[in-house]
Each structure stands twice: as C-alpha cells, then as structure tokens.
Design a protein around this ligand. Structure first.
Ligand SMILES: Cc1ncc(C[n+]2csc(CCOP(=O)(O)OP(=O)(O)O)c2C)c(N)n1
Ligand SMILES: [Mg+2]
Length: 274
C-alpha cells in the first residue's frame, strides 16, 4: 500500500511539472484520479510495458480524455515510455497531445476529447472480447460531468444487454465539471440507483483509498452476467490544498509560483509517507 501511495505521489508531482511546463491543461481531474490509475497500472490490470499491444492485455480506455496528463504520467512511470518525454506535453510534434491520440504512445488505447466516446469504445471492445471468447478485461474510465452525455447511457444499456461482465466502468465522481459543481450543472443523483436500474452492478468507493479501489476491482472481476460500474468518489485536485474541490482548477494549469507551492506540498506528503 505504501509503495502504491508513493507512486501516486510521484505521478502527482509529474502532473504538476508537466502542466506548468505546458502552460495549459487540466489540473483537478488528473490529481484526483492518480490513485485509481496507480491501482490499475501498478497492481490490478494485466498489462506489460514491454509488450504494450499484447493481444491478451487488459484494455484501459479513458473517456474523459482531458485528464490525460495522469494517463501519460502513469504510463511513463510504469515504463511504457521515457519519463523525460512527459515535459513535451502539448508541444508541437509531441506524442503527448492535450487530448490523447490512439496508439500515438504505447498504452494509449483510444483517442479522447469528445466526452462519451471512450465509454462507447470500451463497450465495443468488451463486446468484441466476448464474441472472440477472450479472457482479457476492459476498464473504461469516465467522469461525472461526462454522464451528462446521453450516449453514455446508451452504452450502459448495450453493455447490460450483452451481459458484458468483462467490462468495468470506473466513474470519477469528483463533483466538479467545467462550469461548476456537477450536480448544480446537471443533477446526477441518485446515481447508484440510476446505474443499477440500467442493470449494472454498482460499487461505490472512496477513489483515493487504495484498499477500497483494489477491493472493488477484484469484486468486479468476480461478477458474472453483468458489467460493473465503480463510482469512485475522488477529491479533485487531491494533494494540493489550494486546488482541492474547486471547479476553477478543472482546466487551468498552475503558474510557476503555484507549481512550486504544489510541489512543496506533494514533497512533504512524500516525506511523511517514508
Ligand atoms: C461531447 C463533449 N461536450 C463538451 C465537452 C467540453 N468539456 C470538456 S471537459 C467538460 C466537463 C466534463 O466534466 P468532468 O469530466 O466531470 O470534469 P472534471 O471532473 O475533470 O473537472 C466539458 C463539458 C467535450 N469535451 N465533449
Ligand atoms: Mg468531474
């Protein structure tokens, strides 16, 4: 657990360093989801950085593509590509675009940006896996703001219809989106009941608690006959006090001074862990 926490802390530091260098990009979502990404790539999912496109790999798809700094940082720290490349985020000719480009980098399974697209891609992959009787699983990462998109709910219906128990949605329930608190923009509650009524197996967890996240992933793997949706309640901006729970950090990078402050806080958290 401690090792996972240290890894997530390093990933958060990478995210801050990438964003201040780029001068644009999203802060809150990536920091909030660092623990879920770490749990998947450093513990739970069957992936191999040496064989990123191995036919038997689990597929991890990111539908809320704007939080890709955390995807890039996780893949680099896991050895999919050099950590030094992270500093090219959003630069001309970089493989690390502001929104992910499928297969541009090892481990990037889907293009993202238009919310809802990755959710549907994940369902399609899981359906294909079922039809081909494959053992690999699909993890489709979504966000709460994204659930304003009707096409996500169409995808849920299809996933339930075909009993895609090889599919696990993970919803970043961080209560913020681009224009304000999620439930103020478009109320989602009772979210668990809604998802259950779409015939999904729903598990609610604290998305910043490794034990809860790993437990839920394991339960999802054992669920038969229906897809699972993990509602991961996360703190947007997690680890950086002045960014936490403030929707204004949805799509804003830190300036130099703010980045220094953020890194100081994250380094202190690292020392406390050691
Ligand atoms: C189809 C579509 N509509 C609108 C947008 C613009 N957009 C980008 S991010 C975002 C908010 C999404 O909410 P969420 O993912 O919960 O934001 P976060 O938690 O990361 O702050 C919106 C509306 C988009 N990318 N795609
Ligand atoms: Mg959100």
């Amino acid at each position: 657990m401690k090792e996972l926490m240290l890894t997530a802390n390093k990933i958060r530091q990478d995210v801050i360093e990438m964003l201040v260098e780029a001068g644009s990009g999203h802060s809150a979502g990536p920091l909030g989801m660092a623990d879920v990404f770490t749990a998947l790539y450093f513990n739970h999912a069957r992936i191999n950085p040496k064989k990123p496109w191995d036919e038997n790999r689990d597929r991890i798809v990111l539908s809320n593509g704007h939080i890709c700094p955390v995807w890039y940082a996780t893949l680099a720290e896991r050895g999919f590509f050099p950590v030094r490349e992270l500093k090219t985020l959003r630069k001309i000719n970089s493989r690390l675009q502001g929104h992910p480009h499928a297969r541009e980098l090892p481990g990037i399974e889907n293009s993202g940006g238009p919310l809802g697209q990755g959710c549907n891609i994940g369902v399609g992959m899981a359906l294909a896996g079922k039809m081909d009787k494959k053992n690999w699983r699909v993890y489709a990462l979504l966000s709460d703001g994204e659930l304003n998109e009707g096409c996500d709910w169409e995808a849920f219906m299809l996933a339930a219809k075909y009993e895609l128990d090889n599919l696990c949605f993970i919803i970043d329930r961080n209560n913020i989106q681009i224009e304000g608190p999620s439930d103020k923009v478009m109320p989602l509650e009772p979210l668990k009941k809604k998802l259950e009524s779409f015939n999904l197996h729903v598990i609610e967890v604290n998305g910043n608690d490794f034990k809860q996240v790993l437990n839920a992933l394991e339960k999802a793997g054992k669920t038969k006959g229906m897809p699972t949706a993990i509602i991961a309640k996360t703190t947007p901006g997690k680890g950086v006090s002045f960014m936490e729970n403030d929707y204004k950090w949805h799509g804003k990078p830190p300036n130099k001074e703010e980045a220094e402050k953020a890194l100081k806080e994250l380094r202190r958290q690292r020392t406390e862990l050691l």
